[in-house]
Design a protein around this ligand. Structure first.
Ligand code: GSH
Length: 210
């Protein structure tokens, strides 16, 4: 299996899940400037030209960060990163993971690159403002799902926590956000300090705004 990654990109979550689960694979950096050959290779394989891109052992190309997290967690059940099939915790973790993937990640993209989401140059500011407001509401909702913590399931780390920490670190003002949502702040600290995740966290330059 080969995974294309880049700093501050959505490959962080599946890579952190793989690190926690002890899954081995080949890594190729794909950066238009810093690693142009990896970038070109990734674009040739994946018409979406998005990171993460994974090439499976049978040659198929796999995308979608949340799907990769779920798949890696299922491959290593002993790591406990996703509750087992019939437990009620599983749909709970999947619900909030997919909420992040479907609502928060795209809002982050609209906020970061608003010009891609309107054909009206005068509307760029409005796209960014609406994305910021959407994201703030979404994070407040996620905060209400967190209990004693530090993770969604208490002391048990799951794919949700890793994904949430990644998106929080990308926030335009992560410290303002976690001041508003202290349970999310506790989750962020707990994830980035984990011994198997901390080296990836710095390689991905995730702390730039923290
Ligand atoms: N839905 C995809 C989104 C992936 C994505 O947009 N990745 C960004 C990096 S964080 C990217 O490659 N953007 C380049 C582009 O969209 O042109 C996922 O969850 O994996």
């Amino acid at each position: 299996m080969r995974l294309y990654w880049n700093v501050r990109c959505g490959s962080f979550a599946p890579e952190a899940v793989a690190a926690e689960a002890g899954i081995a694979y080949e890594r190729v950096r794909a950066d238009e400037r810093a690693a142009p050959s990896g970038y070109q290779e990734m674009c040739d394989l994946n018409p979406m030209a998005q990171i993460p891109t994974v090439v499976l052992d049978d040659g198929r190309v796999m995308t979608e960060s949340a799907a990769l997290c779920i798949w890696f967690a299922d491959r290593a059940p002993a790591a406990g990163l996703l509750p087992p099939g019939r437990s009620l915790e599983r749909p709970w973790v999947l619900r909030w993971l997919l909420y992040l993937a479907c609502e928060v990640y795209p809002a982050d993209q609209r906020e970061a690159d608003p010009e891609r989401y309107t054909t009206e140059p005068g509307g760029i500011g409005a796209v960014r403002d609406a994305a910021s407001a959407h994201m703030d509401r979404a994070w407040s909702l996620v905060e209400t799902a967190l209990g004693e913590g530090p993770y969604l399931l208490g002391d048990t780390l799951t794919v949700f926590d890793i994904y949430a920490a990644m998106l929080l670190a990308w926030h335009r003002e992560p410290r303002t956000q976690v001041a508003r949502c202290p349970k999310l702040g506790r989750l962020l600290d707990a994830v980035m300090e984990r011994p198997r995740i901390a080296p990836l966290w710095s390689e991905y330059e995730m702390s730039n705004r923290l």
